[in-house]
Design a protein around this ligand. Structure first.
Ligand code: FAD
Ligand code: NDP
Length: 426
């Protein structure tokens, strides 16, 4: 027994929500579209989980942050899907896919067929066990990828109030969760292997600004080492973490943010994979023409850099999903995806945005003692990336526009002198 749909979206995260809205805008008819998701709730804005969701006062809770409130568009509640005749199959894991036969098999034993499949399975958090450390199933060890993780994290945080947390990983999850823990009056030590936080994006100068800000809030940093093991008490409760350099840190709770792996396993051997994701063309179409891939799981051509990338950020999930729907519903009118990578974060009172690529020489500008500064990345004589902390809406728009134009730079010193003013002239 099974059901048949014209369009099936596999995965119910950010990309699925934005795809659904665009399907409706482009006139999908009742009964044509189905979304299957392992999560028990309709698509929501995942970035809320490490920010508003963790606040001690007036925290964000569903249904307030269902897609697509993140871009000030309609909030897609269960009622919305019903009204538009979209079938939501929630709390249901797809356990196999046969792209030749165009069928999916769910963990509940149902077979669902499609004409067009959009893969939006996102990614899973890497586990400590994958780095040779055991014990990550302990009660007070938290990961953060979905709503269930966030609820668990809130409970552990509440029971650790006034105590000690160790945050493993100096990337996005580590930085945003550390800030939330501080706001919840928990003492935080961050541990990561690199010389500074956000090593893949921040320059040492940018990183030191944020690290000093965090230190002023009481956060301690242990760099250049990784977790080796946990100490437990007689009730199997974690009491401390041991680092490879011999340091022992007391811990009432541990948050782990050591990266992700895209959920591609259903398609291994069936679709072409590249850079850890499903390889797609500029229409988000995979090596099987009936299968599209969007969001964290897709490796797509980034035109501006002339190479394929897999991005793990919300703006790319939203826009790639919308592009796939346009390519499916209006193929003649849809050109190749032309995307400028955009990353951002908000912690404490700080807020930054980054556009483009962080390669080449770096020129810093602005006031690193205040809270308005930035950087340009110049590669082969052209600006390829821009970062700005504490900008206005207009200033962020200006750095985005300028970066998309990849202007030629003759003199780095001159660019440094012009600073933000350079972007404002475009
Ligand atoms: P997801 O949103 O992860 O959705 C994937 C969905 O597929 C999930 O519902 C999952 O359950 C489902 N699924 C997977 N496999 C199956 C299966 N076999 N069967 C059924 N369902 C399945 N990015 C930013 O740019 N800015 C931010 O501030 C930011 N904050 C973030 C905060 C947190 C806590 C996290 C975890 C991520 C954050 N990101 C942020 C990244 C951003 O959320 C992701 O890039 C985005 O969610 C990717 O969207 P997606 O739809 O591809 O995947
Ligand atoms: P990141 O890739 O951002 O960071 C992982 C961090 O953990 C890196 O500093 C990494 O170092 C470090 N690390 C790797 N292995 C170990 C180890 N064994 N012990 C200690 N540290 C280790 O991943 P996150 O987990 O922080 O984020 C997960 C996903 O969520 C990402 O896709 C991210 O984009 C997304 N996210 C985005 C946000 C945003 O855009 N504002 C906010 C929150 C999440 P190394 O670089 O050497 O590998």
């Amino acid at each position: 027994m099974g059901r048949a749909f014209v369009y099936v979206i596999l995965g119910g995260g950010v990309a699925a929500g934005y795809a659904a809205l665009d399907f409706v805008k482009r006139g999908v008819t009742h009964g044509e579209l189905c979304i299957i998701s392992e999560e028990p709730v309709p698509p929501y804005e995942r970035p809320a989980l490490s920010k508003g969701y963790l606040l001690p006062e007036d925290p964000a809770r569903l249904p307030a942050f269902h897609c697509c409130v993140g871009t000030n568009e309609e909030r897609l509640t269960p009622k919305w899907y019903k009204e538009h005749g979209i079938e939501l199959v929630l709390g249901t894991r797809v356990k196999s896919v046969d792209v030749r036969r165009k069928t999916l098999l769910t963990a509940t034993g149902e077979t669902i067929t499609y004409k067009i499949l959009i893969v939006a399975t996102g990614a899973r958090a890497l586990k400590l066990e994958e780095f040779g450390v055991s014990g990550s199933d302990a009660e007070s060890v938290c990961y953060l990828r979905d709503l269930a993780d966030a609820n668990r994290l809130v409970n552990v945080m509440q029971s650790s109030s006034g105590g000690n947390a160790v945050v493993i990983g100096g990337g996005y999850i580590g930085m945003e969760c550390a800030a939330s823990l501080v706001i919840n009056k928990i003492n935080v030590t961050m541990v990561f292997p690199e010389a500074h936080c956000m090593a893949r994006l921040f320059t040492p100068k940018i990183a030191s600004y944020y690290e000093e800000f965090y230190q002023s809030k009481g956060v301690k940093f242990v760099k250049g080492t990784v977790l080796a093991s946990f100490d437990f008490d007689s009730n199997q409760k974690i009491t401390a973490v041991n680092l490879r350099d011999g340091t022992k840190l007391p811990a009432d709770m541990v948050i782990v943010g050591i990266g992700i792996r895209p959920n591609t396993s259903l398609f291994e051997g069936q679709l072409t994979l590249d850079k850890g994701g499903i390889k797609v063309n500029g229409r988000m179409q995979s090596s099987n023409s009936s299968v599209y891939a969007v969001g964290d799981v897709a490796t797509f051509p980034v035109k501006i850099f002339g190479e394929t990338r897999r991005l793990e950020h919300v703006d790319s999930a939203r826009k790639s999903a919308r592009h796939a729907v346009a390519a499916i519903m209006e193929p003649e009118k849809t050109t190749e995806f032309d995307y400028l990578p955009f990353f951002y974060s908000r912690v404490f009172t700080l807020s930054w945005q980054f556009y483009g690529d962080s390669t080449g020489d770096v020129v810093h500008f602005g006031d690193f003692l205040g809270n308005r500064f930035g950087a340009y990345w110049v590669n082969k004589g052209h600006v390829v990336g821009s970062f700005l902390e504490g900008g206005t809406k207009e200033e962020y728009e200006a750095i985005a526009k300028m970066t998309s134009l990849k202007p030629a730079i003759e003199d780095l010193t001159d660019l440094e002198t012009q600073g933000l003013g350079f972007a404002l002239t475009f």
